[in-house]
Design a protein around this ligand. Structure first.
Ligand code: DUC
Ligand code: ZN
Ligand code: ZN
Ligand code: ZN
Length: 490
């Protein structure tokens, strides 16, 4: 049984409001949020005076123990989650990969991997091919397994990549199920061509990674996915927006009224590509992820888009490989396993980068690190809020303390950290996961098997009224075509 806890005197921050109040927790649930709550002696009291009490972070984009590029991501559902909790993230949504093309088998495999979980988690699912079995399994995933989002890879030619025909089929299916379509937006054929060019030029090092897949390939795929989603009239979620090119497509689509969501990741907000030119291979290779970390300037633009609301929430794409794994690509950048860390660092880095600099408020911080994710994936207000009845996933941040990041002291299993040496203001001193204090005084208290699967129901607000848009689309067609559509539909 989880203890009774009273968090006293902190500033309770939600996305919609903040106030000085106490928070009382029992059995993993928030029982009361109000000033001056009195409790009996058996209640653990935490003094949060002068500190921020906020919903735990939700990372919408992780890859724990993913089989990828001939190896497996080194953080599993226990180590990755332990790292997350030490950095104030109390839930993540991981991407299930199909097994031998089967979504059901993929779901079973990931459910087994996740049995050792120490915090709550949900699943998206990747769609890597198209046939009747996949379409039927999508129904089962949505109706019986709690999955309401499907990701399509427009890159990774020869493995995950799908073509426009499949993208259209997939988008239509998503729409019929009330599930959100997500895209990894890079032009995979363009990337293959870019890689050939590098090899011809004899550029085999990590810098070849950035040079072979420039922002314009991300912009092209983002634009294509947005237009195909408009054609099907279904909402679209663009994962890891890394460039101004992609950002501008999203901004334009949103301006025209299209329901497009854009997710930058911490590496794209904080880092720039110069590290890929480091003469030491491992130092450079640890920054290899896709889409690549861009030139300085893209980071600032992404920050601005986040503060102005063009982009809505921050993920990480946490997908860690150690130095030995990164060394698989020592003679050929195409073989460097793609991925960077971030699940542990996201909350601290975003606070320091965005709130400390005055780009956003504390309430905005809660929105982009937690609430928006819960709303988009339809688990709000169980998650993403400090409200009576919500799960007690809570962090306490001391704005006057500071953090420092290095591989030696982090909790991830990987032996490097792309944020090595970074310091900043704001320190997450306490993390509470469904009513259990799991991070306090710099100490983790986690147990495998305590995390729960959070099913995500379809039909979020993103779909409400979207068929009215259908009529707008139909009415823009010529009258005879409209009559034909009506005949076919009736
Ligand atoms: N990009 C990465 O860097 N890693 C995992 C998958 C992806 O698309
Ligand atoms: Zn207020
Ligand atoms: Zn991706
Ligand atoms: Zn990813």
């Amino acid at each position: 049984p989880s203890p009774k806890i009273l968090i006293k005197g902190g500033t309770v921050v939600n996305a919609h409001h903040h106030e000085v109040a106490d928070v009382y927790i029992e059995d993993g649930i928030i029982i009361a949020v109000q000033p001056n709550i009195n409790v009996s002696d058996d209640v653990r009291v935490i003094d949060a005076t002068g500190k921020y009490v906020m919903p735990g972070g939700i990372d919408p984009h992780t890859h724990l123990e993913m089989e990828f590029m001939g190896t497996e991501a080194i953080d599993d559902f226990f180590s990755g989650q332990a790292a997350a909790l030490s950095g104030g993230t109390t839930m993540h949504i991981d991407f299930v990969l199909p097994v031998n093309g089967s979504l059901s088998a993929g779901f079973e495999a990931y459910s087994r991997k996740a049995e050792k979980s120490c915090m709550d988690y949900g699943f998206h699912m990747a769609i890597t091919k198209w046939d009747d079995d996949v379409a039927r399994d999508m129904d089962i995933m949505v109706k019986e397994r709690g999955i309401n989002s499907f990701k399509f890879f427009m890159a990774y030619k020869g493995s995950f990549m799908i073509n426009d025909e499949l993208l259209l089929e997939g988008f239509k299916k998503c729409k019929s199920l009330g599930a959100l379509a997500q895209v990894h937006a890079e032009n995979g054929d363009g990337v293959a061509e870019g890689q050939r060019r590098m090899i011809e030029l004899g550029i085999m090092g990590p810098e070849g990674h950035a040079l072979s897949r420039p922002p314009l390939l991300e912009g092209e795929a983002t634009a294509r996915a947005i237009r195909l989603a408009a054609f099907v009239n279904t909402p679209l979620y663009v994962v890891h927006v890394m460039s101004i090119d992609a950002l501008e497509e999203i901004a334009q689509a949103r301006k025209s009224g299209q329901r497009v969501i854009g997710e930058p990741v911490v590496s794209g907000l904080v880092l720039d590509e110069s590290k890929l030119w480091d003469p030491d291979f491992i130092t450079a290779a640890k920054y290899v992820m896709s889409p690549p970390i861009r030139k300085s300037g893209h980071d600032k633009a992404l920050q601005g888009a986040l503060s102005s609301g063009i982009l809505q929430l921050v993920g990480t794409d946490h997908c860690t490989f150690n130095s030995a794994q990164k060394a698989m690509g020592i003679h050929d950048f195409r073989k460097i396993p793609n991925g960077v860390n971030g699940i542990e660092e996201r909350m601290h880095l975003v606070w320091d980068l965005m709130v400390e600099t005055g780009q956003i408020s504390a309430s905005d911080f809660v929105r982009i690190t937690s609430t928006a994710c819960a709303q988009i994936f339809n688990i709000y207000p169980r998650k993403g809020a400090i409200l009576t009845g919500s799960d007690a996933d809570i962090i306490i941040l001391n704005p006057n303390s500071s953090f420092q990041i290095n591989a030696e002291s982090h909790h991830s299993r990987t032996d490097t950290n792309v944020y090595e040496g970074k310091r900043g203001k704001g320190k997450i001193e306490v993390t509470i996961s469904r009513g259990r204090i799991v991070w306090e005084n710099g100490e983790l208290k986690v147990e495998p098997g305590t995390g729960r699967y959070v099913p995500m129901p379809p039909f979020s607000y993103l779909f409400d009224g979207i068929d009215k848009m259908d009529s707008a689309y139909y009415s823009s067609l010529h009258a005879p075509v409209q009559r034909m559509i009506k005949t076919v539909e009736s």
